[in-house]
Structures are given as C-alpha cells and as structure tokens.
Write a protein that binds this ligand. Structure first.
Ligand code: ATP
Length: 134
C-alpha cells in the first residue's frame, strides 16, 4: 500500500468496481457519513444507500452504493454491496422512469402495493439521479 494511502476495494456480486490506493474515502454508513484515511481504526459497518466519495488531491470521484457492508482493517477498506455504479453507467431515462413508477405506487391507494419496496425503489432512483447531477 502506498504511504499515507488506504486501499479501497468495492465488490458486488457481479464485478469488482474498484481496487486502488486512495487518499480518502467518505461512505454513507447506516449511522451517517464516515470518512476513512490511512491508519483508520478497524471498523465494520452496514451501509445505507448513498454516494461513495473517493478523494485524491483535488480529484473526487463518486459511485452509487446501494447498501451492504464495509470493513476497515490494516489491509484497507472493503465494500461489499448488492449494487454499485459509476455515474456514467447510469441510464438517466431509466432512473426517471423508475422514480415515476415508484412515486405513482406510493401515491396510489392500492392495498396490494408494497410501500416499503416502492420507497426503496424511489430512493435508488433519486440516488442515481443525484449521481448524474440532477
Ligand atoms: P429498475 O426499476 O429500473 O430496474 P431498480 O432500482 O429496481 O431499477 P436495481 O434492483 O437497483 O434496479 O438494480 C438492478 C440492476 O440494474 C443493477 O445491476 C443496477 O446496476 C442496474 N440498474 C438499475 N437502474 C439502472 C439505471 N438507471 N442505469 C443503469 N443501470 C441500472
């Protein structure tokens, strides 16, 4: 590991999204944003839906992360998530359609609608649009 850097690995069931040394990582844990630098104390936490921020000098890149776990130890940070995406992989029209679908379900009085599921779908769509700068 490079000096004063921390190794970040982001893994989903279908791919390894990232595996590089980085200066700072800010992740959305279930209890709020957590910033990790080289030498951070060991930590294991569940993740909320959120934008992961990878910071190197003046450069910051972002990725959507949809829950999962993060573990920090002397080898670095490992993030295991069901889904994670770079902004340029996100289909904006699909996210808008998902948002509208979820909003319609939430507003409907249809008792067969699973509201919790619709709310989670809405949050995923909103996060994807946020990643696109919308
Ligand atoms: P949708 O209703 O559009 O499928 P979703 O929120 O239900 O959205 P997920 O279950 O979060 O979708 O993701 C399923 C797969 O589809 C994942 O691999 C995810 O990366 C991909 N995906 C979902 N929405 C988009 C999008 N707008 N652009 C690109 N990939 C997407």
């Amino acid at each position: 590991m490079a000096e004063n850097k921390v190794r970040l690995r982001i893994v989903t069931p279908v791919r390894e999204l990232y595996d590089k040394d980085t200066e700072m990582v800010i992740m959305r844990s279930s209890i709020g944003d957590v910033g990790i630098l080289h030498g951070h104390q060991p930590l294991t936490t569940t993740l909320d839906y959120g934008l992961l921020r990878i910071i190197n000098g003046d450069e910051e890149i972002k990725a959507t992360v949809f829950g999962g776990f993060a573990s920090v130890d002397s080898r670095g940070i490992t993030i295991l998530s069901d889904a994670a995406e770079w902004p340029d992989e996100i289909d904006e029209k699909r996210a808008i359609a998902a948002k509208e679908r979820a909003e319609k379900r939430i507003k409907s009085n249809d008792e067969s609608v699973d509201i919790v599921r619709a709310e989670l779908a809405l949050r995923r769509a909103l996060l994807r649009l946020e990643a696109k700068g919308k």
